[in-house]
Design a protein. Structure first.
Length: 549
């Protein structure tokens, strides 16, 4: 029975005082990690800084409270930045909120229909390809703030965006650039001093103090967004009509697909870290509810965050309590410190997200996949390029189509029709009147031409033969396309007065043959349990026909 992991653990009485304490500490640490990320992701997505925190609080709470993973930490992620930015540019903030609500409903429906296991049908090259593509796109969105470029409106598409950066490179702010480089250096070097407190938070504090003390001429959250409120919003339902829903179906499905894939991948990774098993359907339901409430509170799309989830595990988190504590801690930080966020330099946030995008790309894995079969490399690069140049949905759609075509081709090449010699113990006269062929591989639409043409060529060359035995022991699957080919072979045999015998037919092909009516025409006596029985039947038929003595 599908149920939230939190409820499952309560029923099993899996909580102890020691573990609850560890979960609380892990939750606080993860909240500190999530703080600068949530603000940076909110700004990069095209919304105000507090929207990122609101998403981390609301969605983070519900993902832990209702999700199917013990240690999943939810909130805004880098994968959504480009998608959210594009939706806002085309449909506005209200359009994004409605799309987020719709995506939440879609995710809940997918979970209730128990479609969570479909994640395993997305090939690994597609996952690696679009993840790397999103990482590159996210990285490029940070170039403007990192360099301090003066651009009024940055295009959302990749190529126009790069052209815009190149054409405005003369507006670079070297103070912002040096501050951004210093931020990256702090983020990379700080773990050598302390691994508990994230380097991104240290970089944010140091650079903010430097900008304030020396009054440096760089863009800050305050200069771009004005005063930042610590007031937590009340839930509200946007105005929705049928036309709005229809226009936002594609963005909603894009959000739902990415949220589902990323959250379930994160859950799989965390399962291996703690030797546990998540409930994929409950995870989708939890993600769906989280996105619904995020939308109601004016937040942005959310999903399971792999890096924050891993940090939760490494710091001792083992139950959803740590995720709930993470959300509560962020709420308290927002209420107390949010007004001071206006002093944070945008170049620091850009530096943080550049590091995030680099880590998200998993380039060592990308590089290792270049040694894979050519078909997998084709899928990898196709998905990667389409994600960067166009969008995630197109990349996954095309990647899946190419994958299926290549799979069908591979499977069809494995289906062969092989000649079987007649045993020496069999009457010698049979060799002049019988053909025995073995069907090796699945009989499906991709292999139909191979199967049909091979048999027809055989019969065409041996029209004087009286009996054709098709041994189907190695063919456990038959679809309707293959059935029609078998049916035409039977008709061809009948026209040429050749007796067709099938041997060792498995359950699924037999069901198709029976339901479609071929069994009646063949007569069940012409379908044998073994090849030996088929040969014996052929022998008796030829004797009755007085072909042999």
């Amino acid at each position: 029975m599908t149920q939230p992991k939190l409820l499952h653990l309560f029923r099993k009485k899996s909580f102890s005082k020691e573990q609850l304490f560890k979960d609380m500490i892990a939750g606080i640490i993860v909240a500190i990690i999530a703080l600068p990320l949530s603000i940076a992701l909110g700004i990069s997505s095209g919304v105000s800084p507090e929207k990122g925190l609101i998403t981390a609080i609301i969605a983070g709470f519900f993902i832990s409270f209702l999700g199917g993973s013990s240690v999943q930490i939810g909130g805004p992620t880098g994968a959504f930045v480009v998608i959210v930015y594009g939706i806002i540019e085309q449909y506005g903030i209200e359009g994004l909120i409605i799309a987020t609500l719709m995506s939440g409903i879609i995710l809940v429906i997918l979970g209730l229909l128990k479609l969570g296991s479909l994640i395993k049908f997305i090939p690994y090259p597609i996952t690696v390809g679009f993840t790397a593509g999103i990482a590159v796109t996210l990285f490029t969105t940070q170039i403007k703030d990192f360099l301090g470029l003066s651009i009024d409106k940055v295009p959302s598409e990749f190529i126009p965006k790069v052209i815009s950066f190149i054409s405005n490179i003369n507006t670079i702010n070297f103070t912002a650039l040096l501050l951004g480089i210093a931020s990256i250096a702090i983020i990379l070097l700080w773990p050598k001093i302390n691994k508990t407190i994230p380097g991104s938070l240290i970089a944010l504090i140091i650079t903010t103090l430097v900008v304030c003390i020396f009054d440096l001429p760089v863009a800050t959250i305050g200069s771009q967004f004005g005063q930042i409120s610590s007031k937590f919003p009340s839930p509200s339902i946007p105005n929705v009509n049928l036309n709005t829903i229809l226009s936002l179906i594609k963005p909603a499905f894009t959000i739902a697909i990415l949220a589902g894939i990323e959250s379930l991948l994160s859950a799989v990774v965390s399962d291996k870290m703690i030797n546990d098993k998540h409930d994929s359907n409950m995870e989708l339901i939890g993600q769906g509810v989280a996105n619904i409430f995020s939308g109601l509170f004016g937040g942005i799309p959310a999903t399971g965050a792999i890096a924050r989830t891993a940090a939760n595990v490494k710091n001792g988190g083992r139950t959803p309590i740590s995720g709930i504590i993470h959300a509560i801690t962020l709420f308290l930080i927002m209420k107390i410190f949010m007004p001071y966020a206006k002093f944070i330099p945008l170049t620091t946030l850009a530096a943080i997200l550049m590091i995030v995008s680099y880590n998200m790309g998993d380039w060592s894995c990308f590089k290792s996949m270049l040694k894979a079969p050519k078909s997998d490399i084709l899928i990898l690069f196709t998905t990667f390029i389409l994600t960067v140049v166009f969008d995630l949905v197109i990349a996954i759609e095309v990647g899946m189509v190419i994958t299926m075509c290549l799979f069908i081709r591979k499977m069809s090449l494995h289906t062969k029709v092989n000649h079987l010699p007649i045993e020496e113990s069999v009457h010698d006269s049979l060799k002049d009147h019988i053909m025995i062929y073995d069907i090796d591989g699945p009989l499906f639409f991709g292999a139909t031409d191979t199967f049909h043409d091979s048999i027809n060529n055989i019969i065409g060359k041996h029209r004087s033969k009286k009996i054709l035995i098709l041994n189907m022991d190695k063919s456990k699957l038959m679809d309707i396309t293959a059935y029609t080919a078998l049916e035409s072979i039977e008709e061809f045999c009948t026209e040429n007065k050749i007796r067709l015998i099938l041997s060792q037919v498995h359950q699924q092909p037999m069901k198709v043959i029976t339901n479609m009516g071929l069994l009646k025409r063949l007569d069940k006596n012409n379908i044998t349990v073994s090849l030996n029985e088929a040969v014996e039947l052929a022998n008796s038929i030829l004797i009755k026909q007085k072909v042999i003595a």
